[in-house]
Design a binder for this molecule. Structure first.
Ligand SMILES: *Cc1c(COP(=O)(O)O)cnc(C)c1O
Length: 218
């Protein structure tokens, strides 16, 4: 199937309130343009340099989401244009994003990445760290960043029950954080293999790559 057909197929199966981020990492600009010409405007990348190169080359009405792990020393390269940073997982990083956003006279939206998977390798904050951060005075002082939701990744496994438990964990944490921080709106969870489960568990933003663009070769 073509990229356009894949997109239409996914869009026809997800509810209206769910935002689709087309994950275009490693894919050429021609693939992104095919999706763009089919109406897609939100793209996700996991490397800052690659995203910046694509931003330069492609139409300026594209919203670029950084979905990968963010290195602090590279924040400045995306600060002029990034529309949402999904992988915000430490106060130190948030401070750097705030600083670079201020340089650009922008307010940058970020999602708190929470660790929901059993696997050791996944990045993310614990619920306690997230709660403490949102309640701290230091956090209140940052005027050029806005936390608009949460993001999480489930364990890569065939065990559906485990994936559902992990997604439910993120939804529960979201509800708890929202009591303190009422402007949380986004729950970014679900990828090609598990977005239907994620939506059933309350996701309203899915990050889908291979089901749109085909498998990646690194
Ligand atoms: C690559 C990636 C995705 C998309 O993965 P697919 O399985 O190709 O849909 C989603 N989220 C993150 C954080 C990723 O790095």
């Amino acid at each position: 199937m073509s990229i356009k057909q894949n997109l239409q197929d996914i869009k026809s199966h997800i509810p209206e309130h769910v935002t689709l981020v087309a994950v275009s990492k490693t894919k050429p600009n021609s693939d992104i343009m095919e999706a763009y010409n089919a109406g897609q405007r939100i793209f996700g990348e996991n490397k800052i340099q690659e995203m910046a190169d694509k931003y330069e080359a492609l139409p300026k009405d594209i919203s670029w989401h950084m979905i990968g792990h963010v290195q602090r020393n590279k924040v400045k390269y995306m600060a002029p244009f990034v529309s949402l940073i999904h992988g915000m997982d430490s106060f130190k990083l948030l401070k750097e994003i705030d600083k670079q956003a201020k340089n650009e006279s922008r307010i940058i939206d970020c999602l708190l990445q929470l660790k929901i998977a059993e696997e050791e390798s996944k990045f993310g904050m614990s619920k306690t760290d997230a709660l403490n951060m949102l309640q701290s005075d230091q956090f209140q002082e940052l005027k050029n960043v806005r936390i608009t939701g949460v993001m999480g990744m489930a364990t890569f496994t065939d065990n559906e029950a485990q994936v559902i438990a992990e997604f439910n964990r993120l939804k529960t944490i979201f509800n708890e954080l929202k009591i303190l921080h009422s402007n949380l709106e986004i729950i970014s969870m679900g990828m090609s293999g598990d977005y239907e489960l994620a939506i059933n568990c309350g996701s309203n933003m899915i990050r889908v790559g291979s089901s749109i663009f085909g498998t990646r070769s690194y």
